[in-house]
Design a protein around this ligand. Sequence first.
Ligand code: SF4
Length: 371
Amino acid sequence: MKITFPHMGNTFILTKALLDSLGVDYVIPPRNSKKDLQIGIKYCPEMACLPLKLNIGNFVQAIEQGADTILMVGGFGPCRLGYYGEMHQEILMDNGFKVDVVILEVSKGQVGEFINRVKKLSNGSSYFKIIRAVKDAIKIAHYVDELERLTFKTRPREIIKGETDRIYSDFLNSVAGVKGSEQIGALIRDTGQKLLGIQLKKDFSPIRVGIVGEIYSIIEPFTNFNMEKKLGYMGIEVDRSIMLSYWIKEHIVKKVLFLNKNTAFKEAAKPYLGAMIGGHAQETIGNSILYCRKGFDGVIQIYPLTCMPEIVADSILPTISREQGIPVLTLIVDEMTGEEGFITRIEAFVDLLQSRRETENINETPILSWN
Ligand code: SF4
């Protein structure tokens, strides 16, 4: 068995940590590029969401390198993600690719079912080994997110432009060469120390922008043209409302262990969207309000064309912007989106935020420490 999995930002790091610990053979597909998109467009229905097309692009390339089993997370609820696993299987089979799709999704409290699905992939590992490997991989997800958050802070403040990305790119290139949670964890800590060593501007209070929207398009840099990096170079500090470790904690760990989920965004969203309608719509609404309460200068919503939950959120955001007094920019991505137009809109939004800032008295935002 040779496993593969889709790219979504840094998910490959924790999946690699998990599979390394279980001693399973795997193929990491090449990072997302136009080639994945072209493959996805060729095999997927035209109106399929962009993440599904990119996933198919990832899988076809991994199958060409020998992968025969696909590892996917699933989902319940009124959104197409719940059908993704089956759709992948059918699209690939219809086009002559023979693969198995294993979906890691569990119902509330079903620890046994979750562990059994991991066992199917685990090369005969004991339950104890599986539980330890899952725990370590979750820790890696948390560390990787901390590292990314640190880049959100250092990028706009660095004195030598590009230093954050030189260190961070080194990390992304090196991580494929190290094995297991322990080595990956050590590399993350080392990278964190290097980032903390970057010389930063003093007395600089960057504009702060919260990123909300559909998980794939906000986490995967290929779909948003490396927006967080570009904003950083414009001197903007970003905060992403959904991080990988947060998603794992809320949608897998808490579900498996029957723990209460985070309700802060639901409470905030209540006056505008009181029900879960699928995808991340309620998170988009609630987190936009929370960003406003935390004193952020603006919010950017990103979602793939035809994503129904985010279309609903998009229709509510102008009211939130007006009533809560926070500028909101919505960006919709698909295979036809051009980078130039995308960046022009971001630059115009940043100009707007800067001119608002000049008329307000905003306190300096402190940089977080690495731990
Ligand atoms: S959240 Fe949107 S983009 Fe993601 S699977 Fe659902 S409909 Fe598609």
